[in-house]
Design a protein around this ligand. Structure first.
Ligand SMILES: [Zn+2]
Length: 369
């Protein structure tokens, strides 16, 4: 059993926990299970939805812990060598060292330490294996199907440092557009109906909803990226089918259903719009007392002032944010997640652990009153 947080991180990084490796997802959950098994004072619950395994470790047999620690053990695909941690200078490189196996290791360690306390907070650690593919069978399933609730959730899956607190995350709406037409010879286009023309016209109308506003330095506006486009078979034929994928990110003032309806309206009746992955923006009130307590924990342990930031990415916290549950989103000093250069500042890991420990103790004290 690995007592050292960095070694524990390396163990987790060495597992190839990508969505296409269900065996490795199971192995990671089993590893966590074995890590906690010897401890009698913790409750272990395992779940599975559509072949995505999850595990919840808690100090009480309950669906309503006060504090919920949320992490995912899956990672985005990477070349083989990235699954072996590589230390260079003060950093370690590898898939998941930032997003988010090091954070999972910290939270696992904290649960072990809490288990040894005489008086334990009502806390649970939820680890899932599908965040990178939408989180529907992990956190969504555990919250919306099984019914887990909490007073506050700690989701160390955003930001760039312990003192970089994410207050808002953009929402996500991933769409596929399908246009159909009628085939004809390319020399007599008047006999057909060109699906690519219809698709391009629909896309141009949809783009009107996403004017570029390059003056906004923080990029806090709606964006739309066309990621793929396909259609037609050969140069001298009027194509009868065309399709494209859109990745839309939107700010917290907008509701995902309203935005979807607006896009559908722009697409018109002839172009099918399929909602593939969608999620609400995340928003935590920056004046919430828990936010203040987190800032105090950072100040006390690291002597740093916490900054509030907004990030364009999304994470599993959105399923909790949708229910009005406040989130604390931060992480150790790390970055370049999803890239071949994903890194973690090694000495930041024990510091992050100290912040979390301090914060959890303070939360526990506040719940007693
Ligand atoms: Zn993540």
């Amino acid at each position: 059993m690995n007592e050292n947080i960095i070694e524990l991180t390396y163990d987790l990084v060495r597992m190839h926990t990508t969505a296409d490796r269900p065996d490795e997802l199971q192995r990671a959950i089993q590893y966590v299970n074995d890590y906690f098994k010897p401890i009698d004072s913790l409750v272990i619950k395992r779940y599975e939805s559509r072949h995505k395994p999850s595990i919840v470790i808690s100090t009480q047999d309950t669906l309503t812990p006060d504090i919920l620690l949320v992490g995912h053990l899956d990672v985005v695909p990477a070349t083989e060598e990235l699954f072996e941690p590589r230390v260079a200078g003060t950093r370690v490189y590898g898939r998941g060292v930032c997003d988010m196996k090091s954070e999972c290791a910290v939270m696992m360690r904290i649960m072990r330490e809490i288990a040894a306390l005489e008086e334990k907070p009502n806390i649970a650690l939820m680890l899932t294996t599908d965040e990178e593919v939408g989180g529907f069978d992990g956190v969504n399933y555990l919250i919306n199907e099984i019914g887990y609730r909490c007073k506050i959730a700690l989701v160390p899956d955003g930001g760039t440092a312990p003192d970089d607190l994410v207050i808002t995350n953009k929402g996500i709406l991933t769409l596929r557009l399908n246009a159909t037409g009628r085939r004809a010879h390319g020399s007599r286009p008047w006999l057909g109906e060109n699906a690519i023309d219809s698709l391009i016209a629909a896309y141009a109308r949809i783009r009107e909803l996403f004017p570029n506003t390059p003056t906004a330095e923080d990029h806090w506006y709606h964006t739309c990226n066309i990621g793929t486009i396909q259609g037609g078979e050969t140069f001298n034929q009027v194509p009868d089918f065309a399709t494209c994928d859109l990745d839309i990110r939107f700010t917290e003032q907008t509701n995902v259903d309203d935005l979807f309806a607006a896009v559908k309206e722009k697409a018109g009746p002839d172009v099918e719009v399929i909602n593939r992955i969608s999620g609400s923006p995340i928003f935590t009130d920056p004046n919430h007392p828990y936010v203040k307590m987190y800032e105090e924990a950072v100040e006390k342990t690291l002597e740093l002032k916490t900054e509030h930031n907004q990030h364009c990415g999304s994470n599993d916290g959105r399923f909790l944010s949708e229910l009005g549950i406040p989130l604390i989103i931060s992480r150790p000093v790390s970055g370049d997640q999803h890239s071949p250069h994903e890194w973690l500042e090694i000495e930041s890991l024990p510091k992050f652990h100290r912040v979390y420990w301090q914060f959890i103790q303070a939360l526990h004290e506040s719940f007693k009153n």
